[in-house]
Design a protein around this ligand. Structure first.
Ligand code: ADP
Length: 570
């Protein structure tokens, strides 16, 4: 017994349930591809945006939309009144999910992990209300079994209005947020785009539904989903700007799928066997060509990606080369600078030596007669000056050699265990004569006399550093005192502080003191012959030992303190 009541004008020649002839052909030609493209895009985005909340929201919206469209198609073609009435009745609950999902998607897209509380509250309430009103007159006043058509209640109108409201809501929020500092310019553009696309879809969708309801010309409803195409267009544009996946491949795939679905859908209409055979052939050919097309586009896209990758690499190596070239140029410049400074430095002591030697050779009576083995007292003094100049030359050359060793990473350190207390006392002893000559008091203090001052280091180089710092203090102090104090800093390091009452260092000069050739402007006045290399070499040596070297000064004329820290023997 047939418990189903048939709609009067329908002939169920498809599976005994559907009459495919009654629906307007626009139904198939507009809805089927839209469903296919929408589902395809939504799936693609879920896949590429890996389970993010926003992709889920978009998927939910698309799914609700697809269900809604399917529901409408079924309403058109189903021949049994019971099923038709059921389908009319559930429209509202399916439809409410569409605007809500778009709202969720918009909020998720605008950077919220989840939509704000009021949005969620609004959504839950709407869904609950619709669900509650579904079996009431609010949803459906009456149903004509004969025509399989319902006289709908106000619920669908309300949902239509909700859709319009959500469209407006999204637009206003996007407008409101457009200057929010947390978005980049690019994001702002995407958000506005998305808002416009969503609002467009929702308003066209809602308007066509409402118009269909008011006029009961339900064919008008068919135009609603065309808004979905617009939304999809916006989405596609964004996908291009996202560059998360390739639009060309995507478009080809969508095209092939839609084409095949359309050809396949012909099977529902055609009656004659010849047409069926022809359509089978067409379908097979379209499928094959489609697959080949997608494959070739994929290959092309891959090739392009490889080329783009190569181009990027090329650009990167180009910049690397440019940088290397810049570095070389700089090095070259430094080298010429070095040569020029070095020759300057070497020339003055050499000129002194050469001048005096020529005086000796010319037999200057004031100096004595070297050819006959006599040297006057003045001659001996001059010899001492020549000896000091030679010494300076040796020092300068030693500094140059050290600088080049440091820069080429060839500085060798011969490590051994030794006592810094002992070394400091020796160095101070050696320099006492020089300090006395300048009438300075040079003293050595020991703040932690009972502790061990053993370190593992290159003793020659550490001696050079300590000597250099104390020597500088004597050089740059015209009166007063130089105090060297030793102190053990816990179990970490030994500190050697050299404090003087000399010319001091200005804050700007403090910054560059340890750079190559750096000499403060006030240095020349008291010690014309510095090279500006000593402290550079010193700090490099100390750093190589894992220690520290720095200077402190209250300013020019206020004395300076140089502090050396060397790690203790472990
Ligand atoms: P040099 O002494 O040969 O010029 P250094 O590298 O030893 O080179 O020192 C660099 C600069 O640091 C000096 O030219 C001087 O301006 C400044 N300087 C070093 N020691 C002192 C000090 N004790 N007091 C004031 N200035 C100093």
């Amino acid at each position: 017994m047939d418990t189903f009541v048939s709609c009067t004008d329908a002939v169920p020649h498809f599976l005994g349930l559907f009459d495919l002839g009654v629906a307007p052909s626009l139904l198939y030609y507009s809805y089927v591809p839209i469903i296919a493209i929408a589902l395809f895009l939504a799936l693609y985005i879920v896949k590429s945006d890996q389970g993010s909340f926003r992709s889920k929201a978009l998927f939910a919206g698309t799914l609700a939309f697809v269900l809604w469209v399917l529901n409408i198609i079924l309403q058109w073609i189903v021949v049994h009144a019971n099923i038709s009435m059921f389908l009319w009745q559930v429209t509202a609950i399916i439809e409410i999910f569409i605007p809500l999902s778009f709202l969720y998607f918009f909020y998720a897209f605008a950077g919220n992990e989840r939509p704000p509380k009021f949005v969620r509250a609004f959504s839950y309430t709407s869904i609950e209300l619709v669900a509650l009103l579904l079996p009431t007159h609010f949803n459906m006043r009456s149903f004509s079994i004969a025509y399989c058509e319902a006289e709908v209640g106000p619920l669908l109108y309300v949902i239509g209005i909700i859709e319009l409201a959500v469209a407006l809501w999204i637009l206003i929020t996007a407008f409101w947020e457009r200057n929010n500092a947390r978005y980049t310019k690019e994001q702002r553009r995407q958000i506005s785009f998305l808002a416009i696309g969503s609002a467009f879809f929702l308003s066209i969708f809602s308007a066509s539904n409402l118009l269909g309801l008011v006029t009961t010309e339900y064919q008008i409803n068919l135009f609603g989903p065309i808004g979905m195409l617009i939304f999809l267009g916006f989405l596609a544009y964004m996908i291009v700007t996202f560059k998360t996946f390739n639009i060309k491949l995507l478009a080809t795939q969508a095209f092939v799928i839609v084409l095949n679905i359309l050809i396949f859908s012909q099977f529902f209409f055609i009656q004659t066997t010849t047409n069926k055979i022809l359509n089978t052939l067409t379908f097979g050919a379209a499928l094959l060509i489609g697959i080949r097309l997608v494959r070739s586009v994929k290959k092309e896209v891959e090739a392009r990606e490889t080329i783009e990758g190569l181009a990027k690499k090329l650009a990167a190596s180009n910049t690397e080369l440019e940088e290397a070239n810049e570095k070389l140029k700089k090095l070259d410049q430094q080298k010429s600078e070095f040569v020029s400074i070095a020759s300057h430095q070497l020339r003055s002591p050499l000129t002194v030596i050469k001048g005096y030697l020529s005086m000796f050779l010319e037999g200057e009576p004031m100096l004595g007669d070297v050819k006959h083995g006599t040297v006057t007292e003045k001659g001996a003094e001059v010899m001492d000056i020549m000896f000091q100049s030679t010494n300076r030359l040796v020092h300068i050359i030693e500094d140059f050699l050290n600088v080049s060793r440091i820069e080429q990473g060839r500085m060798k350190y011969e490590m051994s265990d030794f006592d810094v207390r002992h070394m400091a006392a020796e160095v101070v002893g050696e320099l006492t004569a020089e300090a006395e000559r300048k009438k300075l008091t040079l003293t050595l203090e020991d703040k932690t006399p009972t502790s061990s001052y053993m370190v593992t280091a290159d003793s020659g180089k550490i001696r050079q550093v300590i000597g250099n710092v104390i020597d500088n203090s004597i050089k740059y102090t015209q009166q007063g005192a130089v105090t060297v104090s030793l102190e053990r800093r816990g179990n970490e390091a030994i500190r050697i502080a050299v404090k003087d009452t000399g010319i001091g260092i200005s804050p700007e000069n403090l910054k560059n003191l340890f750079q190559k050739f750096s000499r403060a402007s006030n240095a020349g006045k008291v010690n014309v012959t510095g090279s500006g290399l000593g402290l550079f070499v010193a700090i490099e040596i100390i750093k190589a030992h894992g220690g520290k070297l720095w200077a402190e000064s209250e300013g020019e004329g206020k004395g300076s303190t140089f502090i050396i820290e060397i790690p203790l023997k472990k």
